[in-house]
Design a protein around this ligand. Sequence first.
Ligand code: C2E
Ligand code: MG
Ligand code: MG
Length: 694
Amino acid sequence: EAVRHREALANMVLDTAPEAMLVIDSSGRIVRANRHAHSVFGYEPGSLPGKDVELLVPEQFRAIHRDWRRSFLAEPPSGPYAIPREIAARHSDGTSFPASVSVGTARMGDETFVIISIQDLTARKAAEAASRLHAEVFHHASEGIVVADANGLIVSVNPAFTRITGYESHEVVGKNPRLLASGRQSREFYRTMWSTLHALGSWSGEIWNRNKWGVTYPEWLSISVVKSPDGRISHYVGIFLDISLMKRQEEALHRQAHHDALTGLPNRVLLADRMEQAIEQTRRANKLMAVAYIDLDGFKPVNDRFGHHAGDTLLVELSRRMADTLRGGDTVARLGGDEFVVILQNLADAGECEVALSRLLNEISRPVFLDEAIGSAEVTASIGVSLYPLDNSDPDTLLRHADQAMYLAKEMGRSRYCLWDPDFNRRGLARRGAENEIWAALRDSQFVLFYQPKVNMRHGTLVGAEALIRWNHPDRGLLSPAAFLPLIEDAELEAELGEWVIRTSLAQISRWSAEGNAVPVSVNIAAGHLLRPDFADRLKVLLAEFPHVPPRMLQIEVIETAALEDINQARQTLEACQSLGVGGALDDFGTGYSSLTYLRHLPIDTLKIDQSFIRDLHNNAEDLTIVKGVVILAAGLGRDVLAEGIEKAEHGEVLLSIGCELGQGYRIAPPLPADQFLGWLKTWQPDPSWGKCN
Ligand code: C2E
Ligand code: MG
Ligand code: MG
């Protein structure tokens, strides 16, 4: 009974052992195997005894066993057994698994048994492999990894951490990761980061840190909380990626999307953005902002003649110049082709804007060197401008208005700027309509010249005629110049009409002279026409069309204020006319502010005193003084003087009494159709009272 009891106890001990245990006899047969052994090797309980141990252990073990048996038999060890060894054991399904084996002996009488205890190492091996792998990952990761303890102090960092931050492991272990802070993030940022981390167990985001050398860099950081089984925080693991490169690529992409490839200037997309900002800024600063729409004049011919490469060179150079003329906050953008937009900010007034625009025009019109073969090319620019908040519109509308004004600048003769104003649309449309009508009228010969006699009141003789234009409008009847001349702003049209007047007058002079009448004719010339550099050349061509008309039969009348617009150009032109033999008169004299010096330098023969001084001449002492002064002045400078607007006999009387003999006015004759002129001349008599004046 006791023996059986001991046997049962021994079995129980064997079966509860955490290891697989085999007892084999000296021939290698299994005599005992515990429950664990059966399950580790994959055998039915109780089926192992009687089997050869070689079934379970491979060659390797057999070798060990043999060695052992040899030494054992020679000198059996007393204690338990040899050092555990690692072998590959074989499972009943044929697979092998790592196992650690301890071998010991037990003697029972004559018999020596070998006791083998085997531990399945599969799980441990896997764990080891996993941790080795983890170490590899930690070591070789391209992300920087930092592990901190529950207090947030760094426990370990990987090589990538060192590579990115510059700090060696020993320099940071035990420190707070705060040493990397760049100062770019707010306190609030970190507060949110920590609260998210604690609430959700992880946080990730972009953060700027500073490396050991003081350089800040952006990183993408993920932090996770590691908890121990009892739920307390044991570690924080931070994994981060230096994203400077990504950022740069992102910026490059952004650049591509927002900049013009050729010139590098902002494109339409970015311009819209900048305009929004500029408007906001202008509103806050209580200043003006200008949107200038720039279109190059004469770019296409350069492109067509010299090729796209030359065109590109020109655009790039002009872009650079425009950018250079601008101030800090200003923007120049390219919309495409030869169209640009400039945003000028922080303007105190429109004058400041005009200065900037003049500078732009100047810079653009300077020659651009293209290459050795071609040399240089020149273009100009037409600029349309809208001013915010005078034009209190949204960015799109501001741009559209500037565009419209640009077209007007083109029409006005290019190489200039034109400001948009609220009446612009309406006026622009009305004017453009009228201008088209005037062009058509010119083509259809709807204009006529009337001739108003100019006489010597003392002698009762004709001294000439002034040609005055009328529009024989098919619907509106005979229109006076005031009804249509102010509508003309197109320089081409102005010149075209002016040349028509000159040619028609020359033809009239020629006709009258053919009938034996020498009638000098004066024509009114608009400022814009007179100031054109080619005015005198064109006049010469026109004169050449009438070889029988002596140039001195023609006189040009220039309104005083017009001559003052550009006194130098006016002088040059008038000098050129003079040398052609064509005289000049200063019209509406007294309405401008001619200084005497100017007068002295202007090559004109006649001063025409404006009719506003004549009207009340007979009962306004002030007017009389002025007119007297003008007459003396004219005499002193050797110029003729003629009074306009003589409506009454008294006007002539007063004028004659102060030495002004030449006159023109309704009292003498209204402007007459050409075919009535000679008829009038035959019958005209000066006012009888004038003959009495001495
Ligand atoms: P202006 O050159 O000073 O011409 C004189 C204007 O006074 C003419 O008006 C004429 O009809 C008017 N007038 C003549 N005698 C009297 C008078 O006794 N009393 C009053 N109240 N007026 C008198 P018109 O023909 O309507 O021309 C007005 C202006 O239009 C001209 O002033 C001239 O500056 C301009 N103009 C006329 N014809 C032409 C033209 O062919 N080309 C250009 N560019 N301008 C022209
Ligand atoms: Mg006139
Ligand atoms: Mg006049």
